[in-house]
Design a protein around this ligand. Structure first.
Ligand code: AMP
Ligand code: GLY
Length: 421
């Protein structure tokens, strides 16, 4: 088979790496890819959200299956366009992608189909939003409705902070249209977990559980990022809790979408808060998590391409369960100085080969590119250094041993990844 992977992050490197292990695959392309992906796939210079150019490429190159990484491509309807052109694509259609692209759509669906989530109110003007904040007090959470590159959520500890968030989203329009409508919701507390499943809307196959580390600094300090590290499995998600999450959150959401006439095919990712009253949904994403995928896929023994193909063809009932490596996996993100704010690029990365020589270590590239015979930084999150270990402690120490071999100017990483596991 000829496969096209869309995207350029650590998640896409992990996808390409796993897809390359499939016996079904002859050739992999990645659009646009990165410096690490270029070592195992042919990178093509088409942006992830240029759906027309991607369809044209897929037709010309006779691509058998396209796999989409980022939400932006899904939210503009890349899956619909591919299907219309008779091409197989793994990722939900535009209507289904609203689950991530519109937090209002998502929350209304949850309310209608009784998916446990934080209590919320929707606002289309800043005056009533600010008045509501005064009424309910803090902590509260202010969320922009639309996609905001992971920056559209403010967990406010003071009334002033919450009002500033409302003003920046609705008056200063820092996220453009995405902040025209907002949600203000109850602040939940507890441990977070990422539950990813693959579904063809009839069957659901769960991926291994994982936990992400969202804040930029150790001990969950500093601003939220796309994710600074992850580990799998998440021991806090016991089999009993997982059953509850599947029954009350995953199945209800997929059945709810089906009742609305929306067939969900692809990965569904539920961000969960394990509260004292049980698991509650923080958000749905319509794609693989990043960096969760880097910690999950090294543990997957089954052929991912078989599962994706079965999903696209609506035959997931033929798969049902996946086989997993019981060893835990840890991924530490190495980021550019300044991320998630401004950062500089083009810093030479050294030590990649030495790190990769360590047994059961894989260095996934995110924001990198190849310049001559050097690999240089090209983004905020630069690498996802990953290791499997006999125990979580062993996986942690191997990962940090590998991180210790790598260097680039301004390299920043958290030292406490998986320490709560
Ligand atoms: P989201 O993009 O909705 O997952 O939000 C990003 C992060 O904000 C989550 O991973 C949580 O850490 C935090 N968050 C979102 N909603 C809430 C909430 N209702 N209560 C507490 N924290 C939240
Ligand atoms: N790691 C969080 C996300 O992928 O949205």
């Amino acid at each position: 088979m000829r496969i096209l992977v869309v995207g350029s992050g650590g998640r896409e490197h992990a996808l390409v790496w796993k897809i390359a292990q499939s016996k079904l695959v002859d050739k992999i392309f990645c659009a646009p890819g990165n410096g690490g992906i270029a070592q195992i796939a042919e990178c093509i210079d088409i942006k992830a959200d240029d759906d027309c150019a991607l369809v044209e490429f897929a037709l010309k190159e006779k691509i058998d299956l396209t796999v989409v990484g980022p939400e932006a491509a899904l939210s503009i309807g890349i899956a619909d366009l591919f299907e219309k052109s008779g091409l197989k694509i793994f990722g939900p259609c535009k209507q289904a992608a609203r689950l991530e692209a519109s937090k209002i759509f998502s929350k209304e669906l949850m309310a209608k189909y009784k998916v446990p989530t934080a209590r919320f109110q929707i606002f289309d003007n800043p005056y009533s939003a600010k008045k509501y904040i005064e009424e309910i007090g803090v902590p509260c959470v202010v969320k922009a409705d639309g996609l905001a590159a992971g920056k559209g959520v403010v967990v406010a500890q003071s009334v002033e902070e919450a009002k500033i968030a409302v003003a920046s989203m609705m008056e200063n329009k820092v996220f453009g249209y995405a902040g025209e409508n907002i949600i203000i919701e109850e602040c939940l507390s507890g441990q977070e977990a990422s539950i990813l499943v693959i579904t063809d809307s009839k069957e659901v196959v769960a991926l291994a559980t994982s936990q992400d580390h969202k804040r930029v600094f150790d001990y969950d300090q500093g601003p939220n990022t796309g994710g600074m590290g992850a580990y799998s499995p998440a021991p806090v998600v016991t089999p009993g809790i997982l059953k509850e999450i599947k029954e009350k959150i995953i199945y209800r959401a997929i059945d709810g979408l089906a009742k609305e006439g929306i067939d969900y095919r692809g990965v569904l990712y539920a961000g969960i808060m394990l509260t004292k009253e049980g698991p509650k949904t923080l958000e749905f994403n319509v794609r693989f998590g990043d960096p969760e995928t880097e910690a999950i896929l090294p543990r997957l023994k089954s052929d991912l391409v078989e599962v994706m193909l079965a999903t696209v063809e609506g035959k997931l009932n033929k798969v049902r369960t996946l086989e997993w490596d019981s060893r835990p996996c840890v991924c530490v993100v190495c980021a550019s100085k300044g991320y998630p704010g401004d950062y500089s690029k083009d810093k030479e990365i050294t030590g990649l080969d030495e790190a990769a020589k360590i047994k059961d270590v894989v260095v996934f590239h995110a924001g990198t590119k190849k310049t001559g015979d050097k690999i240089v930084t090209n983004g905020g999150r630069v690498l996802g250094v990953t290791a499997l270990g006999g125990t979580i402690k062993e996986a942690i120490s191997k990962t940090y041993e590998a991180v210790g071999k790598i260097n680039f100017e301004g390299m920043h990483y958290r030292k406490d990844i998986a320490s709560k596991s």
